[in-house]
Design a protein around this ligand. Structure first.
Ligand SMILES: C[S@@+](CC[C@H](N)C(=O)[O-])C[C@H]1O[C@@H](n2cnc3c(N)ncnc32)[C@H](O)[C@@H]1O
Length: 173
């Protein structure tokens, strides 16, 4: 872990432009900081995505192509506090869809808060938190042959360059 950290920081700071993997920003303080960022007027993304998840929930569910009577896995990469996803979970739960929710996050603090929140607000939803780097956790989740829906919200993909993002999407499929 420390070796990987050293290697990635060394590579990142030697590259041009300099960069650091975003996974190193998130711990208890980093998570709280991101929640504050989401409230900023400049950070339109959360408001836009929340608007879609709140007001186009049925369209989203239709686009997933899932049926209430067949099981699927709902996987979220870098789930954070799940603000937007909760709108979707609520609708899926109310419509009796059969699914497990797998929020993946590098931050164990974010996952603990999310699990606590969901157990209070949506006790019927099965939440299987997965702590770790989403590349690694997703690789293990891919071993299950169950149908999957993968959510990647909040500009996470914007942390990758175009080439890595394209490779990631192809690998996810
Ligand atoms: C920009 S926030 C977005 C949170 C949430 N998806 C949203 O839209 O509000 C990024 C989240 O991804 C997590 N994260 C960043 N890099 C990660 C990685 N490589 N593997 C797993 N989680 C990661 C962070 O801990 C943080 O919770």
């Amino acid at each position: 872990m420390i070796d990987t950290f050293k290697k990635e920081v060394d590579q990142g700071l030697k590259s041009n432009p300099k960069k650091l993997p975003s996974k190193y920003f998130y711990d208890k303080k980093g998570d709280a900081f991101f929640v504050e960022i989401m409230k900023l007027p400049e950070y339109y993304l959360t408001r836009s995505e929340l608007d879609i998840f709140k007001n186009k929930t049925q369209e989203l569910i239709k686009a997933f192509g899932v049926k209430p009577d067949s099981y699927f896995e709902l996987i979220e990469l870098g789930a954070g506090d799940g603000t937007k996803t909760k709108e979707l979970l609520q609708a899926l739960d109310a419509q009796k869809f059969k699914f497990d929710y797998f929020p993946i996050d590098i931050s164990s603090n974010a996952l603990a808060l999310l699990q606590k929140d969901l157990s209070n607000t949506l006790p019927n939803v099965s939440v299987q938190t997965q702590q770790g780097d989403y590349f690694e956790v997703l690789a293990s989740l891919k071993e299950s042959k169950q149908p999957k829906i993968v959510l990647f919200l909040g500009s996470n993909i914007g942390n990758m360059n175009d080439e890595t993002a394209a490779q990631f999407i192809l690998w996810t499929l």
